[in-house]
Design a protein around this ligand. Structure first.
Ligand code: GLV
Length: 323
């Protein structure tokens, strides 16, 4: 019998698909991130054939070495920077991701919610109310910024960045973007203007939103020098991967009001926050939930399960990430 291990509870939709195929499905019973040691112990003991892993599971040589029975790691995430693909390929282990079409919607909506919350100072104002500080209408209270007519700088216009551009266009924002190549369709649909580099985009933008995968070339893409290129009135939004921003440099820039604010769903040292970040009033923090809609998470579970099924039925997993 094919034995599948899932490293933490995921929506039932995916588990049902696997069980319908007659597979044995075991789910890590604790509601916490599995340590690598525990994962190895479990995979060894259970002699599993396939694993649905999460982006919090570090799947590297140690895991491949210790669990040779596992022939596929189907990551329950769009990203797969938690898995050593070179090691997987060398050992003939399949790896897939779960790029649910719905993910671009939920992440783009979350991005927009963060951008609007920054501009309208929603979180600071909510905190003020809860602390009982409101004494009556005040013409100068929590003055924010209208996004209409402002410029949104999008770094990376893949599926998610593209959706963000469409929403922002609907709000009457001007759009500038940068990517490895021009996207003429996006330009036609949203009036977006191409910038040849991040350096060109930053000084033009009132809000900067990051939508790139984590690669060697994107690690610390936003560093102290680039933060200095942003307008002092600008906001930075990150729903991509934490290490795309040098978080210590960002904390310093926010503290010194070099930029107006930031909203982060992902963190360089996740789940830890850089020292001082959480104390700043001009920051909004969410716990890596940009894709956490019911619709998206169900789709992700089904996609991860279907990749496993493809593999054990002798097909190439539809979302294989091994080149
Ligand atoms: C979440 O960050 C994902 O990669 O799906």
């Amino acid at each position: 019998m094919t034995k599948i291990f899932i490293t933490r509870k995921i929506p039932e939709a995916g588990i049902t698909l696997l069980k319908q195929k007659g597979y044995q499905v075991d789910v890590y019973p604790k509601d916490q991130i599995m340590s690598q040691r525990e994962l190895i112990r479990t995979l060894k003991k259970g002699a599993y054939d396939g694993v649905i892993s999460l982006l919090t599971d570090k799947i590297d040589a140690t895991v491949f070495e210790a669990a040779p029975s596992v022939k596929i790691f189907a990551n329950y995430a769009s990203g797969f920077d938690n898995i050593d693909l070179v090691q997987a390929k060398n050992r003939g282990v399949a790896v897939s991701n779960a790029p649910a079409p719905q993910t671009s919607e939920s992440v783009a909506e979350h991005t927009l919610a963060l951008a609007l919350a920054l501009a309208a100072r929603i979180v600071e104002a909510d905190e003020y109310m809860r602390q009982g500080k409101y004494k009556g209408w005040d013409p100068m209270l929590y003055i924010g910024m209208d996004v209409l007519g402002k410029t949104l700088g999008i770094v990376g216009v893949g599926r998610i960045g593209g959706r963000v551009a469409h929403y922002a266009n609907g709000l009457g924002m001007k759009i500038v973007y940068t990517d490895v190549a021009r996207n003429e369709e996006l330009e036609k649909d949203t009036g977006a203007t191409y910038c040849v580099s991040v350096d060109e985009l930053l000084p033009l933008s009132d809000i900067v939103s990051l939508h790139v995968p984590l690669l060697d070339s994107t690690r610390h893409l936003i560093n102290a020098e680039r933060l200095a290129r942003m307008k002092s009135t600008a906001f930075l939004v990150n729903t991509s991967r934490g290490p795309v921003i040098d978080e210590i440099a960002l904390t310093k820039a926010l503290k010194e009001k070099k930029i107006a604010g930031a909203a982060l769903d992902v963190f360089e040292f996740e789940p830890k926050l850089s020292s001082g970040l959480a104390k700043l009033p001009n920051v909004i923090l969410t716990p890596h939930i940009a894709s956490a809609s019911l619709e998206t998470r169900d789709q992700m579970a089904e996609i991860a399960a279907n990749n496993i099924i493809d593999f054990f039925e002798g097909r190439m997993p539809r979302n294989s990430v091994i080149k």
